[in-house]
Write a protein that binds this ligand. Structure first.
Ligand code: SAM
Length: 238
């Protein structure tokens, strides 16, 4: 029988999930609730809310970018969103889940192993450090983040990790437009160009979510990202 997640992923985003993939999402829901009793991973654990606000929200990225065999990094992944559902739904992707808090990565490593995902890597670092490391700097086709920082600072985390010609997608709420207005200087300095802001309406949600899409058009100068903490303390703004 088709699950609600399978039905909604197909109807909303044209994503086909097999029965095995759907069952893997059920396992993830159980693991998330269990681990959340031991550590603070997410405020959302009720299965229907997890389906909409974590899984469908993560999968919405597929509406604006063709997900095939790209190298993707999810910065500040927390409990794995949006990168984990994308890796589960699109096995051709190679997804690096980056997180500064080691405890959260312990959970991620556990579920990645429990689900037998071979296309997920973890990276325990601050994004500002990863962006200065040769093995991560300018290595990703697609750089994602949800709920990590305001856009001017977030761009300093994300753009250094993207290849020239690659894309950054920041998953935002209603502040997307104000944050984008504040990001002119960061885009100019870091080598990004704002391409679009696409509204996403999820079932039973009152407000649209916004996908802020930025193309990496030029190399990021070596001075960026600055030291951990500096992008949020002194965001690149005129
Ligand atoms: N992206 C997840 C989501 O939407 O459910 C988690 C969002 S949570 C509010 C923000 C996460 O970003 C936290 O887990 C935090 O540890 C991580 N984080 C914040 N700043 C970071 C940085 N500079 N580098 C890496 N991770 C960071």
């Amino acid at each position: 029988m088709t699950s609600i997640l399978q039905q909604q992923a197909a109807d909303l985003f044209n994503i086909t999930l097999t029965d095995a993939q759907s069952a893997a999402f059920d396992t993830l829901t159980t693991e998330l609730a269990e681990w959340n009793e031991k550590m603070n991973l997410t405020a959302i654990t009720e299965p229907d809310a997890v389906r909409v606000r974590h899984y469908l929200d993560s999968l919405s990225v597929a509406t604006v970018v063709d997900l095939q065999d790209q190298h993707v990094i999810d910065v500040g992944t927390g409990a794995g969103f949006p990168g984990l559902p994308l890796a589960m739904a699109f096995p051709g992707l190679t997804v690096t889940l980056n997180e500064a808090t080691g405890k959260k990565l312990k959970y991620i490593e556990h579920v990645v192993s429990a689900l037998g995902l071979s296309n997920v890597k973890t990276l325990h670092a601050r994004a500002e450090e990863a962006g200065q490391q040769t093995r991560h700097r300018a290595k990703y086709d697609l750089v994602l983040a949800r709920a990590v920082a305001r856009l001017p600072a977030l761009l300093e985390y994300l753009l250094p990790l993207a290849k020239v010609g690659g894309a950054v997608i920041a998953m935002k709420g209603s502040t997307a437009f104000i944050e984008a207005d504040d990001s002119g200087e960061a885009l100019r300095v870091l080598g990004g160009e704002l391409k679009d802001i696409i509204p996403i309406r999820l079932p039973e949600m009152e407000y649209d979510h916004q996908l802020v899409i930025v193309e990496k058009v030029k190399k990021t100068p070596g001075a960026y990202p600055r030291k951990p903490g500096t992008p949020t303390r002194e965001p690149l703004m005129e």
